[in-house]
Design a protein. Structure first.
Length: 277
């Protein structure tokens, strides 16, 4: 199943879009965040939804998860990114938070407020059920689906001494575009092995497969839920592969006017323009 947030209303994407609230006779909410809170009810309804309710609707495509309670990022989760960052591979997931106020939609503009703003394409796992102390073998059972994300990062803020400020450097306005849709795990032949890529102004800068993750999605759910409680709609930015601008010689950063495209196989593409603040 594929779900989208069209102008603030949850849509089932199937031969067009099916407005969840209208097609269910208002048994389900229109608000995408509220739909995620009742994920099992949404899925049960969607399995029996009629294609006859599909229409072609207009309106802005917004973040499929507009107001997550928690947004967890994972650093250094591809071996090739570990290498380009001059670190050793972590024995445990290196987690940080992105503040939810940075989450925007798949076509949102990204204000560039400094000369050290970097790109990081990432697979984003969206939680569908409350999770605490979940074994790795059941990790996928608690994931509603997957979407594309960009963990935009101001490296000067993120790495400034005396102590790094990952959460602040990655949480400027619009530094967390996600979308274009939320795709359930059963839509993929292998949800653990998807092509992931990023381009700037049409030039490919990142290319990998999610099978290269050091800590897979189920393992992240297990490791994180061993400490914190994860809730429906929470986002896990699973890490970025090699090719970030900060690691290049000389470093490359985003500028106003740049066009950023972020794609994951089977999900779709984010198209974000970089603009002056």
């Amino acid at each position: 199943m594929r779900f989208a947030n069209l102008d603030g209303r949850m849509q089932l994407v199937r031969g067009g879009t099916i407005d969840v609230a209208r097609a269910s006779g208002d048994k389900l909410p229109s608000d995408p965040q509220a739909c995620l809170d009742g994920w099992d009810d949404l899925v049960a309804w969607a399995e029996g939804a009629s294609d006859a309710d599909a229409t072609v609707q207009s309106g802005p495509l917004l973040a499929p998860v507009p107001r997550p309670r928690q947004v967890v990022g994972i650093a250094l989760n591809y071996q090739n990114h570990v290498g380009e960052s001059n670190f050793s591979a972590p024995e445990d997931p290196s987690a940080f938070t992105k503040f939810p106020s940075c989450i925007v939609g798949p076509g949102s503009d990204i204000p560039i407020e400094s000369g050290t703003v970097d790109w990081e394409v990432e697979l984003v796992a969206v939680m569908g059920r409350r999770a605490h102390h979940i074994p790795e073998g059941r990790g996928w059972d608690y994931v509603a689906g997957l979407t594309v994300g960009q963990d935009i990062s101001d490296r000067a803020v993120q790495l400034r001494p005396p102590a790094p400020q990952f959460s602040l450097g990655k949480s400027f306005p619009a530094f967390g575009p996600i979308g274009p849709e939320l795709v359930t795990v059963d839509e993929f032949d292998d949800a653990d092995d998807l092509a992931i890529e990023c381009s700037v102004n049409g030039r490919q800068v990142q290319l990998a497969r999610t099978s290269e993750l050091i800590f897979s999605v189920p393992e992240l759910v297990s490791r994180l839920s061993a400490i914190i409680t994860l809730y429906p709609g929470d986002l896990i930015f699973t890490g970025t592969p090699a090719g970030v601008g900060h690691a290049r010689t000389p470093p490359e950063y985003l500028r106003p006017g740049d066009q950023l495209a972020s794609t994951i196989e089977g999900i779709g593409t984010l198209h974000n323009n970089c603009v002056a603040p």
